[in-house]
Design a protein around this ligand. Sequence first.
Ligand SMILES: [Zn+2]
Length: 372
Amino acid sequence: MAICVFCGTELTPDNAHLEHVILNALGGRLKSRELDCKSCNNECGSDCDARLAEDMGPLANLLGIQRESGQPQPIIGKLNGKPIKILTGGKPEAMRPVVEIEKKDKQINIHLAARSTSEAKQILQGIAKKYPIKLDEALAATQVKREHIDEYVEFNLAHGGTDTFRAIVKIAYLFLKLRKPVLKLDTEADLIAFIKVKRDFRFVYYFYPEKEFVEKQPGQILHSIVIKSYPAEKMLVAYIELFSVFSFAVLLSSNFSEDIEETYVFDLISLRELNPPNLNIPTVTLKTLNHVFTAMPSPTDSVTKKYENFLRFALQRQHAVYQKEMIERALQKSLKRYPEGTVITKEMMNEFHSALMEEITPYIIHAIKRTE
Ligand SMILES: [Zn+2]
């Protein structure tokens, strides 16, 4: 019978909780009902989990990563100081429609910017109840418009602080308990106390070794967990990397003499576990690790490279989606208007081409403007 890794209560179908080792909100899929009980799940780290999801959610969103339950949450960014919603895949959407009604003598001017035709209709229906407007005419006067945003949308990719580190230690501890349920660490009480914010724990920090500890192929974005013991140094260390970008080390114990190595590497793009992954597990000593835990962070080449790789990949993915959508919209406006089975004529093809050009031209102009 499994017991809760936090409180030791026996787990039953009634009190067991389906725990994700890496948050599902971040695309994590590794989960078990044999890790913790419902009450510990509430007590242990639901606040730091929320914080981690908030910190790293923008990456899941930019990549358009599928969660087990639905799409990633939209994130709220800022455009020219005003909030703007970023939908999955990096698509911006206005937070709310804009309605301005101006009365001049007997004339009423309505300025309306809605997010969809149906929203515009709804708003106009509301206005028609108060003002003598002709609904059909007003609706006919609306236009569907798409705009490219040239300014940068800012959003918070804040990470750091105790809460993020608590969530990282929690991932390491849950993973260890998942793979080695009967293993007992001398530090367990300290780890749990840290996860519950009841004690400090200084053995966790960002860690960017010279060589990435999990090799990746182009087009892969990985969540990786490696737990490795160094018997000669009596250490048990966890390396955790999220989104192939955020990389951490946790010293789980410095009084550990067994020989263990456990890995889990999940590709967020193919939604597959890499088995076995190619590892370059760093050679570390207690001294070098202690240096990592106490040193101030310094931006290094490997950190920069990780971010560059991530952004390049995320942008390519967004462009690919956008290009598909342009073609689909052009098809909707042309060939797809005809009943199925209609023989395609030259005129229909011309219609499709001009619809496609209407889509592509602003896109290209926008791209040129950006590189100028
Ligand atoms: Zn419990």
